[in-house]
Design a protein around this ligand. Structure first.
Ligand code: COI
Length: 356
């Protein structure tokens, strides 16, 4: 019944003059959940083979209380963005990278994963089914959230007997509440985001549950987010709760080396490639907090945050400011270059955008 309702709704939206865009106040977009029309579901049972997925109306999914994801956190998330071009068509940024990253994370958590083709097909179908939710050009983008969860029921700690791949979407604007204004970070001195040999380098859902307490503490003190240091020396910069970090010093860009505790961000990689193409020297290496505090510019990258300039960092009670409240020149140059590709404003010489 659910899938025939879905077919009917889709036929209605494709054939009977449903407007290209929903009636929505696009000016209010931030990074909050806005329910959209459809989501994509694909399941696989103990044979490890994902069967054909389907679009269903967006809404709650049913889970057994003994599902592995609910009890033991066997789950992964991904995040991508799609933009509406002036001609009305939609482009998605580097979706294969997300598909591949999900496969690596799934391997670490003993989960079967959709093939790259299955992942791309699910993502494309979900975007197209919700096309009227892709914000008008210049007003934001569609955030796509694929999930892979151990949905099968079990009691002891073991891989789940059944898995579900879900894709839902949401129109979004800026991640941080003040838009593109430089953010303020508080260095976290008690908790760590990830430990050597742990799961800091995959997008497992538990990595995000464990950062909200420090994040709340930082927000209560007026900061935008938390900056984590390495758990062994408490000295080297790792990442922010939901994004990677970069510094610029004497026109050289540096970002923490992927030592296993840092998420290999797709925006991180894209910024490294864009900067290298622009002839800027880029280094992936260990960065001591003292070096970061002495940088000319600092910025964060991620699918959700895109590129967010950092205006200040507080470390051991000492506050360091960058750029006098303004976006630094290198950060601005990289932001413009990245978003021009993501929005389809320039020729995509990197071959990163997938046109729907
Ligand atoms: C993303 O940047 O897409 C993320 O997954 C971060 C998210 C936890 C807000």
């Amino acid at each position: 019944a659910r899938s025939s309702l879905c077919s009917a709704l889709m036929a209605a939206s494709y054939n009977t003059g449903t407007p290209d865009l929903v009636d929505f106040d696009w000016e209010t977009l931030g990074f909050q959940l806005v329910p959209t029309d459809f989501m994509y579901i694909m399941k696989c049972s103990s044979d490890g083979v994902f069967t054909k997925g389907e679009l269903v109306p967006y809404g709650p999914i049913e889970l057994n209380p003994a599902a592995a994801v609910l009890n033991y956190g066997q789950g992964l998330l991904e995040g991508l963005r799609a933009h509406r071009k002036e001609d009305g068509s939609v482009i998605v940024f580097r979706p294969e990278e997300n598909a591949l990253r999900m496969r690596i994370g799934a391997d670490r958590l003993c989960m079967p994963a959709p093939s790259v083709e299955q992942f791309l097909s699910g993502v494309k179908q979900t975007i197209l089914a919700n096309k009227r939710w892709v914000p008008p050009t210049g007003k934001g983008s569609l955030y796509i959230r694929p999930l892979l969860i151990g949905s099968g029921a079990m009691l002891g700690v073991a891989p789940a007997p059944e898995y579900t791949f879900v894709v839902y979407v949401c129109p979004v604007g800026h991640y941080f509440k003040d838009g593109l204004s430089p953010i303020s970070l508080l260095t976290e001195e008690e908790y760590h985001r990830a430990a050597p040999g742990g799961t800091g380098d995959i997008k497992t859902i538990g990595n995000y549950a464990s950062v909200v307490s420090a994040q709340r503490r930082a927000k209560e003190k007026g900061h935008s987010d938390v900056l984590y240091l390495d758990p062994v020396h408490k000295k080297f910069v790792e990442e922010v709760s939901s994004c990677n970090i970069f510094m610029v010093k004497d026109n050289v860009i540096s970002t923490p080396l992927l030592t296993g505790t840092i998420l290999p961000g797709i925006t991180r990689r894209s910024i490294i490639e864009i900067a290298s193409n622009l002839g800027i020297q880029v280094e992936e290496r260990l960065i001591a907090i003292d070096e970061l505090l002495d940088a000319d510019e600092v910025f964060c990258t991620g699918t959700a945050v895109v590129l967010s300039p950092v205006g200040s960092i507080v470390y051991h009670g000492r506050r360091v400011e960058y750029g006098g409240g303004k976006v630094g020149a290198v950060s601005q140059q990289l932001y413009s270059a990245l978003t021009a590709i993501q929005k389809g404003l320039v020729e995509d010489s990197m071959g990163w955008s997938v046109q729907l």
